[in-house]
Design a protein around this ligand. Structure first.
Ligand SMILES: Nc1ncnc2c1ncn2[C@@H]1O[C@H](COP(=O)(O)OP(=O)(O)OP(=O)(O)O)[C@@H](O)[C@H]1O
Length: 691
């Protein structure tokens, strides 16, 4: 039933009623199609099974083709049905009336999650359609959109926004800038669902520009905490899939995400937008693909756990831009350092060393092994052309073997070690155990190996998304560029670096991607104004502009000792369980301290722990580290170790900022002993009186 009292526009109530009927009818038809195709499929299968011995091979083949066809059509009609079901819940969220320059009357366009066509009338436009851009980009007045046939100029005469849930209109508003803000606030003040969700009805202008950017080959998005980078990257993918249906499908897109939990957290958005799920993987999995059977490597350490100085020095050095340029220089010199040709003689056939060297040099740009193989081909072809008497000449493989023996270093592992000698810093290469690389060596090794043996390139991936860009090193990008020579969307925030040992900046990324388009986002949507003002007092991100959504001010609570702190956390968990929020994050600085806290709390509270090994994100109470909480969000956050011991350096400041900006609605900091001086005392609450 429609509640018309909250809808100031009778025409909209009538329109929705009409749309609901049409959707209902279309859905019935779609259901019937699905059932019919299902019946046909089962009948064909049965017929083939029952008559297997009797049908002649030609007929069998025809039947199999038919079966495949029915299967494909069936899958398509299921998709149509599913989209209609989603539309039926919420058919559209906006209407724009647009009058083209050459027209006398405006046309209304309803915008929703998907296109809905009914008896040749286009009743709902997909949010990604060119005309839908009007809604995101303009207020009433002069406006335009870019259609496939060129720019259409005109006037936007009306803009309305709706919230329709289960086919019922919750509100309808004539839109202006203020109303848009109000709707955004309503959306943001919801408690979080289990996973990240689509934001199509409230995409902001600056976000829309990024989503609809089709020109940039590589787009780098630097955005403050909560600015919607991840959401936008996912919407951008959905947009590109829609716009380039023929050239790009979900299997052509790969998302590189920092860990499995984050991958799970974002996995909902693209299917919610009606596209197939996207393949997600991490840097370790990529390395596995390249190095399987070649060499092992240890996992990445928790960057926040203390390590010995030599280890830090190694990791730090290998994360710098300088390191990549040194590797590049080595790679440039490599052919001459490595390949010392001698005359190749077979009977009366001879290729002298200078000729061999010239051929080998001609193939610069290829990995050394491939150059050798190409040179062996040249020698073979030369001998063949000189072989007028049809004598025996060596085979290509034999020649290649001889060329290989002219290499001063025979394999990529020995070469990697030799690189550090060449550098005059052999101490920078340490193996934790036999045939195992330290994590910091994995990508440098792959980079050198690419120059020596080559690298497996992904032919399938046509668009790569890299999230949390600040957590990857220049050499990792160098390898990535070789593995994925395709357009990229790279996003992150250099204000949220998690690794204290990394030494590079956004400027360095500009050097790595000189052709890329760089955009910045400074408006922050996730947290209340109060939480963001607090976070800014921790780390003054000058450009950060919190959205004006108000809530409870963050509190810092002093606890007499650890026991009291635990009692306070448990009390907060009980309050949470009795309240309306859906997710509570208890965040600690390191993975180790998160595991210890989990041990204590899980004895009498229902909590889950997220570790680097976890693979999914759930609602309820989650205990985790800053490293693992990154990219996620919770209705409430308790930062359980806000004392001086944990947070005192400039680097800790950035960690504290990451932790605080995970909270959407409520934030509490607890400490015992000395409070961290990185937070302003103006937020202090009186020492606790426990009840
Ligand atoms: N236009 C919008 N409308 C509604 N919600 C939005 C909008 N933009 C962002 N959000 C919400 O803000 C929150 C933060 O978004 P997201 O996680 O994409 O930001 P981020 O920049 O990747 O954050 P961080 O770097 O802090 O992890 C999410 O809940 C998202 O749904």
């Amino acid at each position: 039933m429609m509640d018309n009292s909250s809808i100031p526009f009778p025409d909209e109530a009538a329109h929705l009623e009409d749309m609901n009927k049409k959707l209902e009818y279309a859905l019935e038809r779609a259901e019937k199609d699905v059932e019919k195709l299902d019946r046909e499929y089962k009948a064909s299968k049965r017929y083939m099974a029952e008559n297997r011995g009797e049908i002649d091979p030609h007929e069998m083949f025809q039947n199999e083709l038919l079966l495949k066809q029915t299967d494909r059509t069936g899958a398509f009609s299921v998709e149509v049905r599913n989209r209609l079901m989603k539309l039926k819940e919420s058919p559209y969220f906006a209407r724009v009336d647009f009058c083209g320059e050459d027209e006398t009357e405006e046309d209304p366009f309803y915008i929703g999650k998907f296109t809905f066509k009914y008896e040749n009338d286009l009743l709902i436009y997909d949010w990604r359609a060119p005309v839908s851009g009007l809604f995101y980009d303009f207020e009433t007045g002069p406006a335009f959109y870019d259609s496939p046939s060129g720019r259409i100029e005109g006037r936007l005469t009306r803009k309305r926004q709706f919230k329709i849930k289960d086919g019922v209109m919750e509100y309808a508003l004539e839109s202006s800038a203020n109303v848009q803000d109000e709707i955004l606030q309503r959306e943001l003040s919801h408690t979080s669902d289990e996973k990240m969700k689509s934001i199509i009805s409230t995409i902001q202008k600056e976000q829309n520009r990024i989503i609809r950017n089709e020109k940039a080959e590589t787009l780098v998005i630097q955005g403050v905490a909560g600015s919607g980078k991840t959401s936008i990257a996912l919407h951008r993918i959905a947009f590109l899939l829609y716009r380039h249906k023929r050239q790009l499908s979900a299997r052509n897109v790969t998302i590189l995400s920092p860990n499995k939990v984050f991958g799970d957290y974002i996995s909902n958005v693209i299917p919610e937008l009606g596209e197939e799920p996207i393949y997600e993987l991490g840097f370790a999995e990529l390395a596995d693909i390249q190095l399987e059977g070649i060499i092992g490597f240890e996992k990445e350490h928790d960057p926040l756990e203390a390590r010995e100085e030599a280890w830090i020095q190694r990791a730090r050095y290998k994360s710098s831009m300088k390191f990549v340029s040194e590797m590049d220089e080595y790679i440039r010199q490599l052919p001459d350092l490595l390949f010392v040709p001698t005359d190749y003689i077979f009977g009366r056939f001879k290729a002298d060393r200078e000729w061999i060297r010239t051929r080998f040099r001609a193939y610069s740009g290829y990995p050394v092994k491939q150059r050798l193989s190409m040179t062996a081909d040249d020698i073979y072809e030369r001998f063949r052309s000189e072989n007028i008497m049809e004598e025996d000449i060596p085979r290509r493989g034999t020649i290649l073997k001889s060329l290989n023996s002219m290499l001063t270093i025979k394999n990529s592992f020995a070469l990697y070690r030799a690189f550090y000698k060449w550098l005059g810093r052999p101490e920078l290469f340490v193996m934790p155990s036999k045939k195992t690389l330290e994590w910091a060596d994995v990508y440098p090794f792959m980079y050198l190996r690419a120059a020596f043996d080559g690298i497996k390139k992904s032919g399938v991936t046509k668009h790569l998304v890299v999230d949390e860009m600040q957590d990857y090193t220049p050499v990792q990008y160098a390898v990535l560029n070789q593995m994925f020579p395709c357009p990229k969307t790279i996003l992150g925030d250099f204000g949220q670096s998690i690794n204290p040992h990394y030494r590079y900046s956004l400027e360095d990324l500009r050097t790595i991607y000189p052709e890329a388009e760089f955009v910045t986002l400074s408006r922050s949507y996730r947290s209340t104004y109060e939480i963001m003002t607090f976070a800014k007092s921790v780390q003054n991100v000058v450009s950060l502009e919190p959205v004006e959504r108000h809530g409870r001010a963050p509190v810092i609570i002093s606890c007499a000792d650890e026991q009291e702190k635990i009692r306070e956390i448990k009390r907060k968990i009980r309050n949470f369980e009795n309240g309306g929020n859906v997710s509570l994050g208890v965040i600690l600085k390191t993975n180790r301290s998160a595991a210890q806290m989990y041990e204590i709390l899980s004895a009498d509270c229902n909590v889950s722990l997220i570790t680097p090994e976890s693979s999914s994100f759930q609602n309820g109470v989650t205990v985790t580290s800053i490293q693992m909480a990154k990219g996620l969000e919770f209705d409430e956050v308790i930062l359980a170790d806000a004392d001086h011991e944990n947070y005192r350096t400039e680097y800790d400041r950035s960690l504290l900022y990451i932790a605080c900006t995970r909270a959407m609605h409520e934030l509490t900091l607890l400490y015992s002993g000395k409070r961290t001086e990185l937070v302003s005392s103006s937020f202090l609450q009186r020492p606790l009186v426990l009840v």
